[in-house]
Design a protein around this ligand. Structure first.
Ligand SMILES: Nc1nc2c(ncn2[C@@H]2O[C@H](COP(=O)(O)OP(=O)(O)OP(=O)(O)O)[C@@H](O)[C@H]2O)c(=O)[nH]1
Ligand SMILES: [Mg+2]
Length: 307
């Protein structure tokens, strides 16, 4: 599914906090001779950002080897960093999967308050903008106010919704929504689920059940299981991704709230630690504040200002 096109200006805006944190220390390095001292300094900058040890070690050891071989003379450290950061992100499938026969089902999960419902609204808004029909399943029957929150979004965006009573079985709501999507020939079914901690066993079992019901009702579904992570939570997102993947088949990360944090480098750590691709990013509270994760624009927005 060619979900929606990345806009460089939106990504630049969304990453301004991360960029400010990285730009100042990096800017002082431009034009320097690339010797051991410079590389060690770069290592400290990367380690003190949220990029993580794996990416930092890989980039730094490569630079050291090349510097020792005399291959970096006359090169610019920022350009080298930018190329290597990009290389770590490229070559992954970041497309949102689409079913050959409708509906495509997208299940959205994550811990409490990370931005799931807003992200569902954003995806729905983008899909509707592309002329696709969308149905929302209000499968958060747990939190008071959750159903009305999603209903408000549905009304605002002009999208259909299937819901149940608060306290009812979310798997039953999912079942009803899947049946409705099939009967109506809806293009995309978006399933919003309740926030839960991976330590809450019964709630995790319930999430498995929601996935299972979707699979039973729609061939090949869910076509995407998006785990929403809150970028402001930095390293804590890593354990969330690992634990959720043990219960459900997470196919992609929706990294929300990138606009509110200097920790955008966490993208590298997430992909290193979990192997799950970041597919979409949230860069604000409005329904249009979503972008497909596109490595080139991302790295450019992260590094470019240091010139
Ligand atoms: N700045 C910013 N705020 C966001 C973004 N995504 C969501 N939010 C805000 O985060 C808060 C929580 O969002 P929700 O979508 O309700 O989160 P949730 O995960 O559904 O929460 P629960 O259902 O209670 O688990 C709201 O105030 C949103 O406006 C984003 O990309 N950027
Ligand atoms: Mg919610």
């Amino acid at each position: 599914m060619g979900l929606f096109r990345a806009t460089m200006s939106a990504i630049r805006g969304g990453l301004s906090k991360t960029r400010s944190a990285l730009a100042a220390p990096l800017a002082t390095m431009r034009g320097r001779t690339i010797d051991d001292k410079t590389i060690t300094e770069l290592e400290h900058i990367l380690l003190s950002s949220d990029v993580g040890v794996t990416t930092t070690d890989a980039i730094i050891s490569d630079l050291r080897t090349q510097a020792a071989a005399g291959a970096l003379q006359g090169k610019d450290i920022i350009d080298l960093l930018s190329q290597r950061l990009l290389a770590r992100l490229e070559g992954k499938n970041r497309e949102i999967a689409v079913a050959e026969t409708s509906p495509t089902a997208i299940l959205v999960a994550g811990v409490n308050g990370v931005g799931k419902t807003t992200s569902v609204a954003k995806i729905g808004c983008a899909l509707k903008g592309e002329g696709r029909t969308v149905l929302l399943a209000a499968a958060d029957t747990f939190r008071a106010g959750a159903v009305s929150q999603l209903t408000t979004w549905a009304e605002r965006l002009g999208i259909e919704i299937v819901k149940g009573e608060q306290g009812s079985d979310p798997a039953a709501v999912t079942f009803d929504a899947a049946c409705a999507a099939k009967a109506r020939g809806t293009d995309v079914l978006l399933i919003d689920t309740a926030g839960r901690l991976h330590t809450q066993e019964p709630l995790m079992r319930q999430l498995e059940k929601i996935q299972h019901v979707t699979t039973k009702q729609i061939d090949g579904a869910p076509h995407e299981v998006l785990l929403v992570l809150d970028a402001t939570q930095g390293q804590n997102t890593l354990s969330q991704a690992k634990k959720f993947s043990q219960s459900i088949d997470v196919t992609g990360i929706f990294l929300a709230k990138l606009d509110g944090t200097a920790r955008g480098g966490i993208v590298f750590a997430i992909e290193d630690e979990t192997g799950i691709p970041v597919k979409l990013i949230g860069i604000g509270e409005r329904p249009e504040d979503v972008e497909p994760f596109e490595p080139k624009s991302f790295v450019k927005a992260l590094i470019e200002v240091a010139r």
